[in-house]
Design a protein around this ligand. Structure first.
Ligand code: NAD
Length: 249
């Protein structure tokens, strides 16, 4: 059986936790070589040790230079870049009245500007390799949640940026987004703190899906694999929801 990402070189951000980690493992199992990005050095180094043909660089995706370094690392170590999976994200909880301007900016910088930075340095290489960019957005791009103004705004804008880049860089580069519903990761439990009864909020989210369960990081990784593989070679400019049907309720 041939591996779907044999010798493909991928950058994965947010690889030290949740969905990014599942994506890194899934891509690796399909033959990919990886540049892993995250903030936690210990977790990142341990993942890089576990996954052969991978390197880790700790840093903050909201800093322009760090994104340039990730691309340089890919070229220096593996000679090319085929796939960029942009996952890192934060919540910036608080309503518009209570949210500090600094939390607003750090959320927008992490969830939106970082996509611009990494795309800016990746796209020249992706044009050469006929590669692909996959952004982890959210159903928050389409549906509002209380106390998540910066998050909802950044995710909606990330879908708009994805579509713009898909137009600009076709046909060489495919650009898409995946938009998960509630997925069982540390970020979801943090997000539940925006509600009066966090545990109840998670239970309600679970019940609100048509399929009666939260998503798992592996559910998302399987979709990410499909989206970056040759199986999706006629898909670009798409924001694909994966949410157990919750948007339809
Ligand atoms: N969990 C959910 O229910 C859900 C739903 C929809 C979308 N998402 C999105 O999925 C993505 C992954 O989230 P997750 O649920 O796996 O969360 P998580 O908290 O488990 O992982 C987030 C990752 O992003 C990294 N990160 C955050 N800020 C960073 C920064 N400034 N620089 C570098 N790395 C940074 C963290 O280190 C971590 O590795 C996020 O973009 C999130 O918005 C999550």
């Amino acid at each position: 059986m041939s591996l779907k990402l044999m010798d493909k070189v991928c950058i994965v951000t947010g690889a030290t936790s949740g969905m990014g980690k599942a994506i890194a493992k899934t891509f690796h199992a399909q033959g990919a070589k990886l540049v892993l990005s995250g903030r936690n050095t210990e977790r990142g180094q341990s993942l890089a040790k576990e996954l052969t043909n991978s390197v880790f660089l700790a840093g903050d995706v909201s800093e322009v230079e760090y994104n340039e370094q990730l691309v340089e690392l890919s070229i220096e170590n593996f000679g090319k870049l085929d796939i960029v999976s942009i996952n890192a994200g934060i919540l910036g909880l608080g309503d518009v009245v209570s949210l500090s301007p600094s939390d607003w900016h750090s959320t927008l910088n992490t969830n939106l500007s970082a996509i611009f930075y990494l795309s800016k340095y990746s796209i020249p290489h992706l044009k050469r390799s006929h590669g692909t960019l996959l952004i982890n957005a959210s159903i928050a791009a389409f549906k509002s949640f209380p106390n998540h103004p910066a998050y909802c705004a950044s995710k909606a804008a990330s879908v708009a940026l994805m579509k713009q880049m898909a137009v600009e860089y076709a046909p060489e580069v495919r650009v898409n987004a995946i938009c998960p519903g509630p997925v069982d990761t540390p970020l979801l439990w943090e997000s539940a703190k925006a509600f009066d009864e966090p545990e109840k909020a998670i239970e309600n989210a679970e019940k609100a899906t048509l399929l009666n369960r939260l998503g798992t990081p592996e559910d998302i990784a399987k979709l990410a694999l499909f989206m970056v593989s040759a199986d999706a070679s006629w898909i670009t400019s798409t924001a694909m929801t994966i949410d157990g049907g919750i948007l339809n309720v």
